[in-house]
Design a protein around this ligand. Structure first.
Ligand code: RUG
Length: 824
């Protein structure tokens, strides 16, 4: 087709005015959904609208691909086992800049825009912070015009849907694909073989060089599914490419002919299982063979794809690292290092040293955790069964690396054991973090404290060996989704007073400082917060049946439920307030609503018990007439990106109360503060930097520092002493253990209380007093609405640093060394 004809077709299909959009929606209703308006359901209309929006994105995606190709642009490949993009529709409409036009088109069709947005089922392809960060970074890379491909797994079932039954978390399968997915473009012809198992053999090639052949035992096929990721206000539209597994042979006729009907489809079922379900985190890794297979599967497809694209340029493979930089999002994709070596050495006959140079200059690694149990290790025997050739390559990498290290740290043989990629012992293991450090050109932590602790405590020997390798990039969040989209009342106010520059230049929120003392502006600010609290209250009512009062202080803790995040510290404070009010009914404290949300890993008993405890305490407090209007507790079920949209803007107080040194960064802390909540927090993760930015007078600090935690650990922690010396704490614990909140069952919460009193590694009781006193300061501060509002404004004004645009700019300048590319 000639250029002229094709551009004519495009312009009639993708006009940006309301009339063209309306026409598109109607066409898709008929031609894509095969429905006529009279019988179309809300879901049909949603799909038609989504396709109309998608058409407009695809045009940009193709222009972008063409431009990048013509420029031979250096490209970031963001390898991540998790992406948590959240609902696409509204975000894409915003990025295209057609919000008004779509609203108009939808209204002309007699439809309700909000209900259409509600129809979307979000892809829950991640557990929490790590996957959401990957999505924020995809947004920022496109907005900053950085050529990028996100590579990951198209799980058929994402993170489970959480329901609360009798106060307990119940996990339900997340069937996000049941009604189709209008945002993805399946690429059935873009497929790669991925092999597993078997053994290796040595042979001499025609030049007499000794080489290795992998004779695998089975294979599956990876098929690409692409989702466009649009930059805000620019044409650049990058790609999220997710792989799903297919059987090499979907039907075994031989088995069928011999009467083995189940055997005939066995291979199909086994192969498709590979990308069936996302693993919930906080579960022990050991023995999770399928997880290792998933990791290798997506990494292998991604690298094969990168090599395929690269070879189209005709350039030699030894320049691969100039074209690509691949960011390893945690160790989950670290198997990419031996896989690239295999592709270069075994498949493309490159010599080892050149291949290692290419590999080591291709990868950079982001570490997201200091928790020892979260640092991935794979038992050697399991590894060998699944990936025998990769294990050989890892041995070779390790042996050469240890030789290099031996020379550098002359004579310090003991250190070699600590550096080794292989951990010896009864059941030797592959240390994936060590593999990632050895095979990368840069390593970064995700907040200043975290990166420092990586250098000092987790990877000190690597830091001694390569002092410039471990660096920091503090996390950030996208202001497009977490402000412009989810807090429209605030966005409107900002537009009126300081313009819209902040959407892509978050530092310009600084302009708000001048307005912080302006009574008129403060009033408008309060109105915005009030509207957001009303919205949160409506959602809470719909989700829980509980009425919450927007006049009360909304104190919110939403995040994964984990002992280190200390939801139970929050709960002990609530019980303390309850006891105070019961003992002293005349006590004058500002009414408070405590909102919780978050999922616990299905196999994590203590986290699930904490959810049950929150709900049990809520049940008693919410029906106690003495508490009426003064104290309320709700657990918001199924916390995800969609519910987050209404929770962050509605919060007055943001709970960031992890034990110092445990939370790598946190990103919820940023989303709350960006929406005007004041933080109560420890000096942990990015809290420290948030406090530095917003000012210590605008942040409620409590608890031990990381140094104090370490010192206490050294000298011995005796939780019972804290309990004996603090009557309020003792009473809160006794109440919880007594059966008061569990219909007289004194056994239910015993494990929780026993754990707190006996060597709890997260040291909840040490910080109790300081937390409760800090909360009293919060109550006092909330009485002075003017001052509170001023603090809230200053928090928002000073959050510029925490845009994911700043993080990506740092990756770009300091790690990836990549230039932006204009797309017209
Ligand atoms: O727990 C960390 C958060 O502190 C951090 O903000 C987030 C993004 O960097 O990653 C979380 N995380 C860590 N998720 N999984 C892990 C362990 O692999």
């Amino acid at each position: 087709m000639s250029e002229v004809t094709s551009s004519k077709i495009q312009s009639t299909r993708v006009g940006m005015d309301a009339a063209a959009i309306k026409q598109s929606i109607l066409e898709h209703l008929v031609h894509t959904q095969s429905r006529f308006p009279d019988v179309a359901s809300e879901s049909d209309w949603y799909n038609a609208l989504a396709h109309a929006v998608r058409d407009r994105m695809l045009e940009r995606m193709m222009v972008t691909a063409k431009t990048y190709k013509a420029n031979k642009s250096r490209t970031v490949c963001y390898l991540s086992a998790e992406f948590l993009p959240g609902p696409h529709l509204a975000n894409n409409i915003l990025a295209l800049g057609i919000w008004q036009e779509v609203q108009e088109a939808v209204a002309q069709l007699g439809l309700d825009f909000e209900s259409l947005l509600e129809e979307e089922v979000e892809p829950g392809l991640g557990n929490g912070g790590l996957g959401r960060l990957a999505a924020c970074y995809m947004d920022s890379m496109a907005t900053l015009k950085i050529p990028a491909i996100g590579y990951g797994i198209r799980y058929e079932f994402g993170i489970f849907r959480q329901e609360i039954e009798d106060g307990w978390q119940v996990e339900k399968t997340d069937k996000w694909l049941s009604y189709g997915n209008p945002w993805e473009i399946p690429r059935p012809r873009l497929r790669f073989n991925v092999h597993f198992g078997g053994h290796t053999e040595q042979f001499k090639d025609i030049d007499g060089i000794l080489r290795v052949k992998w004779i695998p035992e089975w294979r599956v096929i990876g098929v690409a599914h692409d989702t466009p990721v649009m930059g805000y206000g620019v044409k650049n539209t990058n790609l999220l490419r997710l792989w799903s597994s297919e059987a090499a042979e979907s039907f075994n006729f031989q088995a069928f002919n011999t009467g083995d009907y189940y055997g005939a489809v066995n291979e199909k079922v086994t192969s498709e299982n590979l990308t069936k379900v996302l693993y919930p985190n906080d579960e022990p890794e050991a023995g999770k063979r399928l997880r290792l297979e998933q990791q290798y599967f997506f990494v292998s497809c991604s690298l094969q794809d990168m090599v395929r694209i690269y070879l189209q340029s005709g350039d030699p493979l030894d320049q691969f690292h100039h074209k690509y930089t691949a960011q390893l999002n945690d160790t989950h994709p670290a198997i990419a290092i031996p896989e690239l070596m295999r592709l270069l050495v075994d498949r493309n006959q490159m010599d080892w040293d050149t291949a290692w140079h290419v590999t080591r200059n291709t990868f950079a690694y982001t570490n997201h955790t200091l928790l020892p149990e979260a640092l991935e290790k794979w038992p050697l025997d399991l590894f060998k069964k699944v990936l025998p050739r990769h294990l050989e390559i890892i041995y070779e990498i390790n042996s050469r690396f240890l030789d290099e290290a031996r020379m550098k740290i002359h004579g310090l043989n003991g250190h070699l054991e600590k550096l080794s990629i292989i951990e010896e012992g009864a059941r030797p293991q592959v240390r994936m973090a060590h593999l990632a450090v050895v095979g990368s050109y840069k390593v970064n932590g995700v907040a200043e404290l975290h990166s420092e602790l990586l250098r000092q405590n987790v990877l000190p020997d690597f830091h001694a060996l390569w002092p410039d390798k471990i660096t920091n990039v503090t996390n950030g969040v996208t202001p497009r989704r977490f402000m412009l989209l989810s807090n429209q009342p605030l966005a409107h106010l900002l537009r009126e007073r300081i313009g819209c520059g902040w959407v892509t230049d978050l530092d310009s929120l600084h302009k708000l400082e001048a307005l912080a003392d302006d009574p008129d502006f403060q009033q408008q600010w309060q109105k915005v917060k009030r509207r957001n609290k009303e919205r949160l209250a409506r959602h809470a009512l719909a989700a829980t049946g509980q009425k919450i009062d927007p006049d009360s202080l909304f104190d919110v803790q939403v995040k994964r439920v984990h002992e280190y995040k200390r939801q139970h510290l929050n709960l002990l404070h609530i019980i303390t307030l309850y006891n105070r009010l019961k003992d002293n009914p005349g006590l004058d404290i500002p009414p408070r609503t405590f909102v919780f949300g978050g999922k616990a890993a299905p196999g994590y008993f203590m986290a699930k018990l904490i959810i049950k405890a929150i709900n049990s305490v809520a049940e008693v407090i919410n029906r106690d007439p003495d508490m009426d209007g003064r104290l309320r507790v709700v657990f918001f079920p199924n916390f995800n990106v969609k519910t987050a949209h209404c929770i962050y803007p509605g919060a007055d107080v943001s709970e960031q109360i992890s034990l110092a040194g445990k939370e790598a960064s946190g990103t919820g802390n940023m989303k709350f503060a960006l929406n005007g909540a004041l933080t109560v927090g420890t000096l942990d993760g990015a809290n420290i930097e948030i406090r530095e930015e917003v000012g210590k007078e605008n942040f409620f600090l409590f608890g031990m520092t990381e140094a104090e935690v370490s010192a206490l650990q050294q000298q011995g922690y005796h939780p019972q002493d804290y309990c004996q010396n603090d009557p309020e704490l003792k009473s809160a614990l006794d109440f919880l253990a007594s059966g008061y909140f569990s219909h007289g069952d004194a056994t239910l919460f015993r494990p929780l209380v026993d754990n707190l009193l006996n060597g709890d590694p997260y040291k909840v009781l040490v910080d109790y007093r300081s937390y409760v006193d800090c909360q009293a300061r919060i109550s006092e501060a909330y009485r002075d609405r003017q001052e509170w509002t001023r603090m809230s404004i200053l928090n928002v004004a000073r959050m510029g640093k925490f845009s994911s645009d700043r993080s990506i700019q740092e990756y770009t300048n300091n790690i990836w060394k990549i230039a932006s590319v204009d797309v017209f």
